[in-house]
Structure formats: C-alpha cells, structure tokens
Design a protein around this ligand. Structure first.
Ligand code: FES
Ligand SMILES: [Fe+2]
Length: 359
C-alpha cells in the first residue's frame, strides 16, 4: 500500500486530557459557538445565562432590541450578574447592588457619588463577540475573530434558499444524548456517510438517497448535499410541489460544534455538540417549525431520529472510543475517492486539517 496515503489520527488525540485542555483554549474559545435562539429573547430585558467551555456568559435584548452577549460578571468585585433566564429592566448585581443598563453601561453604584473622581460612564460590562444568523445566536470568545460570513461563506444565503420562513422558525422539540466519547469522534462520525448504509437503515432508506450523498468543504464548513428518496419511500409525508427544494436534504456543519440540517420538506433541525471532557460529549438535537406550530409530523420525526440515527450513532462512537483506549490501535488509511461521493472520507481529512491548524 502507498505509505503516503492520509491516515487516521493517533489515539492520543482522543484520549489525552492535556490535549483537551489545549483544544478548549485554542479551538472552543476561538470559534463561533451556538449560544441560544432569538425566540428566547422576545422583549427588551429578556435574558438567558449560559456556559461556554468553562466561561459564564449571558445574552440580553436591550431597549433598541439589539441582542447582546456579555461575560456574566460584575465589574465591581466579580459576583455573577444573572442566573437562568428571565426579564429585567436593569441588571442589578446581587452583591453590592451596582446596576447596569441593558446595553451594559454602569447606571448606578451605591455610595459612588461620595467617591472623588468616580466616573460611572467609564465602566461597562465586558462584551463578547456575538452574531445573530437567522435567529441563531452565536458567540465567539475571541474578540479578534473573523465574522461568521468569513468562516462559513454562503451560509446565510444558503439557509434562506432552503428555509423561506427562516426568521419565523422556533424550536419546538429538543432531544439530548450523552456520548461517552471524545467530541472529535462524534463530529467525525457526523461528517462522513461512508458508514450510513450499513448502520442507518431508516435514514439511508427512508430519508436520503445515499447514492447521491456528498460532502463539500466550504470555508470552515462541511456542506452535505443529497437528494431525498422518492416521495413514496419517505418515512413521512412531503408535498414535492411545496417548494423547489422540498426533495433535497442538506446540512452545513460549522466547525467545530454545530450543524444546520434540513430534511426533505424543508424541515430544519440542528446538532449542537458540547464537549464535556476528553471522553464525554453532549449532543443536543433541536427541531424547528414556523411560528413554533406543527401538526405532529415533526414530533414523529424527532422521535424516529432519536430512536434510529442518533441511537445508532451513539453505539458507533462509544465503540470507537473504547477502541481508541484499547492500547492496540494503529491508525489506518482513510478512504479518499478523488471524485468524492458517499464512500469517501475527504471530509475527515478536512477536519484533521482544521484541527492541526488550530493546535
Ligand atoms: S460585585 Fe457586583 S456590586 Fe459588588
Ligand atoms: Fe451516523
């Protein structure tokens, strides 16, 4: 065999806690990460707190209806400002009652008027970079990061092409699994369909036409494209005339932790990975409907997906992790077809390149 063929990575990439620490610093805190959905922030003052790789943050809608992200820490002596979610007219710190406007500016600090030279207007909460894309709020802890459009070119227009009511979509179902594996095992498994026919009969026979499956790198995005199976073979009803893209399946995997996925019938669903530690990963699946209203098809689809594709993938990735930890793994060559296609792992090679570049 040609020895210069691209090979899989050494097991240590998936088993070493020190590498995971480096990835937190060099990947998770320097890339666009999903924070939440705009439908969680309907009115000015609505907020929700969230954790991003060991950092505590929150999003809030200000009086001008701009969605902002801040580190969840008071500028006085570091108490956290908010917990959970809710609505506030001003953000008051529970410790010594410093209060902040919804745009982050300090509004009042008890006793400060007696302090010579104290300048309220010079103090503001620490912002985090954020972007709202079709209602999806992403945050990047790197203040100098390139905008999302540079990372994932064509994403916004692509989503609009498939989802005519993108701005009206709301999450209606959320399903979550814990995978006992390194996040890269899960993401790599998501990023190839070489394993689909053998392992995902429902997906490969009842959703997509696996023969037409391909994955194309596009910036730091892996774009999955395929036709659906014929309408009568679909595991749920789709009106083929409802939209020019009604019989297509596509997804945009956004390095490193999120994917927009569109099922036949223009059904948006998402994957959100959260790496817990070097051998445990949380995967959240969400399903979206226009104005949050659906007739029952989406619920059946969400359940079908959880009980078939997701459950099948959990078994695969946990077995791979055990294999990586066996002590006997010697990396094998990737199957890369220069023409691409369903049986090619060129997308895995792209993931390795992004990993190597970041580390
Ligand atoms: S730490 Fe927030 S007011 Fe003192
Ligand atoms: Fe899979």
């Amino acid at each position: 065999m040609k020895t210069d063929l691209p090979h899989a990575l050494d097991a240590a990439h998936y088993t070493d806690p020190a590498q995971f620490q480096r990835e937190q610093e060099r990947i998770f805190r320097r890339t666009w990460q999903y924070a939440g959905h705009a439908s969680q922030l309907n009115d000015p003052g609505d907020y929700f707190a969230f954790e991003l790789h060991g950092r505590s943050l929150f999003c809030v809608k200000d009086r001008e209806e701009t969605i902002r992200a801040f580190y969840n820490v008071c500028r006085h002596r570091a108490h956290q400002l908010v917990e959970g979610s809710g609505n506030k007219r001003v953000l008051v710190c529970p410790y010594h009652a410093w209060s902040y406007e919804l745009d982050g500016h300090l509004r009042g600090a008890p006793g400060a008027d007696k302090v010579p030279g104290f300048d309220l207007s010079s103090i503001c909460l620490t912002p985090a970079r954020s972007e709202v894309l079709g209602g999806f709020i992403f945050v990047n802890l790197d203040q100098n990061a390139e905008p999302m459009d540079a990372w994932y070119p064509g994403l916004a227009s692509g989503l609009e092409e498939f989802l005519p009511h993108l701005d009206r979509l709301k999450p209606v179902y959320s399903r979550q699994v814990e995978e006992q594996c390194n996040w890269k095992v899960s993401v790599e498994n998501y990023s190839e369909c070489y394993h689909c026919r053998r392992n995902h009969p429902t997906f490969a026979d009842g959703v997509v036409d696996a023969d037409s499956y391909d994955i194309v790198p596009q910036g730091y995005c892996l774009r999955h494209v395929t036709r659906s199976v014929t309408p009568d073979a679909l595991s749920y009803a789709v009106d083929p005339d409802s939209h020019p893209r009604a019989l297509d399946y596509t997804s945009w995997f956004l390095w490193p932790h999120f994917s927009f996925q569109i099922y036949p019938g223009n059904v948006l669903n998402t994957y959100h990975w959260r790496a817990t530690n070097h051998r445990s990963t949380q995967v959240v699946r969400q399903w979206f409907a226009v104005d949050g209203v659906e007739s029952g098809t989406l619920l059946r689809l969400a359940e079908q997906d959880l009980n078939t594709t997701v459950a099948e993938d959990v078994r695969l990735v946990e077995s791979v992790q055990r294999g990586l930890e066996s002590g006997g793994y010697r990396p094998g060559p990737l199957i890369i077809n220069p023409q691409g296609g369903v049986n090619s792992e060129h997308s895995i090679k792209a993931l390795y390149a992004w990993l190597t570049e970041a580390l």
